[in-house]
Design a protein around this ligand. Sequence first.
Ligand code: URP
Ligand code: ZN
Ligand code: ZN
Length: 483
Amino acid sequence: METFDLVIRGATIATAAEVFKADIGVRGGRVAALADHLPDGERTIDATGLLALPGGVDSHCHLDQPTGDGTVMADDFLTGTRAAAFGGTTTVIPFACQQKGRSLRDAVDDYHRRAAGKPVVDYAFHLIVSDPTPTVRGQELPALIRDGYTSFKIYMTYDDLKLSDREILEVLDVARSEGAMVMMHAENADCIAWLTDKLERAGQTAPFFHGLSRPPVVEREATHRAIALSELADVPILIVHVSGAEAVEQIRWAQGRGLRLYAETCPQYLFLTADDLGGPHGPPGFEGAKCVCSPPPRDAANQRVIWDALENGVFQVFSSDHAPFRYDDPQGKKVRGEAASFRHVPNGIPGIETRLPLLFSEGVVRGRITLPRFVELTAAGPARMYGLHPRKGTIAVGADADIVLWDPERRVTITNADLHHNVDYTPYEGMAVTGWPVVTLSRGVVVCDHGRLLAPAGHGEFLRCASPDLARPKGVRPPAPAF
Ligand code: URP
Ligand code: ZN
Ligand code: ZN
């Protein structure tokens, strides 16, 4: 028998389907055998007492994304993927963002240049479609989807990105004919603009008021409209970064009607609340800017609804929405060095390294979700959603050997000094967690080993995605035929 390049011995393996004990044999970067008592490989890792989980797939993160407003993302493809790897993630899918008036293909070419030679883990691109001209809809987008960029995000808010309902329908039509997945940022732009103007006129400009400018109804209305547009265009969509009960209610309603409606949530909606933005119970001064993201964090009751929805199948994907801006930086949260009105504070918070440990500790260790459900939400689900499964998101013969060894008992107090991103803070400073990834392998190569980075910049390969591999959301009846 040909020898293995690597054998991982003694770990408890978890996939989205089961938990079992076996040795893992790796050859040529792929899992070649799962069996008891495999012979030693060229290298053998004793993983007794550890869990072997599929490397995480972070299907919503922003790295080195041009912003066009003078702010600069703190993480590029090296620092962002390095932090991802230390946090147990072996595939990232950031966004090639079209600027209005520019070509989508140019945005993709530019994004490849930004990535070149840097990632330490594998990566694919989503697109952001901000200007769906006839050329974009008729030529660029279909060609890109066929080239392996099979998902794109569209925005219902932000002046430089938002699409009208008519434009949304036009691009949904392209997704339907080409087999792409559409990610929707669901917040009502006019409601936000109206509330922001009112708050500013009243002198209410501190970061705390960011939350009041985007209350749950703003997200609920847009979520409902996104669902209606998806139903009309007869194409599945995924609602990203769902923050609380009102949006969940809309999604559950749509899923109950048999619509192919998928949803994602993120750590900030489980672990942060509006108090983290400031106000009487929050941090002083401008500090709340560290937690300004959209939709904003809500409250404890909404957190409970998000936990329930993670457990019971409303969500298919748990991503970081890592959008890294430094706090004490004129190109970051303190725009031009000032504590500006919340209107000008760049939206987004870091979380690519802490995504998995937070969910593992508060979800799996606390008994809220099972280990297979953890794997489904953080690896298998996003891999399926974006056409990377079964190469990514599972431990199975033939899959890439993207394997993370977790010490399920290791206790860690999260502190920014120990993280590997290029941001000068973490919103989760001081949180104590149980369980941490100790060894991260990408295609059989050890990328991180007990705090040491071992893979070179550029180890990560670009992934072309297939069309989404979709089952109906759990418990969802197919719709009655229309005719
Ligand atoms: O506030 C957020 N979420 N910023 C990142 C961009 C986005 O809308 O996901
Ligand atoms: Zn968004
Ligand atoms: Zn985002």
